[in-house]
Design a protein around this ligand. Structure first.
Ligand SMILES: *[C@@H]1O[C@H](CO)[C@@H](O)[C@H](O)[C@H]1NC(C)=O
Length: 128
């Protein structure tokens, strides 16, 4: 194998691996009518604590692998909660869309947008 062939092969393999790693988007929208603070984490990634204004999306991407667990904590003036935003299989089982999962923080609870039915389901209450 010439050095050029070897190099071309490595580039081809790298490109293939990159396109196989599917990017998945998680999004949480603040609909609380006031600022909220959010912090989201997986087992090996912490995307930090951020203050999000009312009616603003907070979103981030990760590479969809077989086992992904994402949790978020939200704090606002009335309550705080930690809840699961993504679990293995969520992208394939109708709970979320194949490429994204959308959450809505509202005063009466935390809602998930169910893509298959285009409805909002209240999944978590704010603990008192
Ligand atoms: C709400 O958050 C925004 C963006 O972080 C910030 O600029 C603003 O000062 C905050 N407002 C209040 C009332 O805390």
């Amino acid at each position: 194998m010439t050095p050029f062939t070897k190099c071309a092969l490595i580039i081809l393999l790298t490109l293939t691996m990159c396109s196989l790693a599917q990017s998945y988007r998680l999004a949480v929208r603040n609909e609380l009518g006031e600022n909220m603070t959010i912090q989201c984490r997986s087992k090996d990634r912490d995307i930090g604590r951020k203050e999000i204004s009312d009616q603003v999306w907070y979103m981030w991407d990760f590479e969809l692998k077989y086992f992904e667990y994402w949790d978020c904590s939200i704090w606002w003036s009335q309550a705080s909660a930690k809840f699961p935003v993504f679990r293995p299989g969520d992208a394939h089982e109708g709970r979320c869309a194949p490429y994204y999962c959308m959450w809505f923080a509202r005063r009466d609870g935390i809602y998930l947008f169910i893509t298959s039915t285009h409805t909002y389901e209240k999944k978590y209450l704010w603990p008192h």
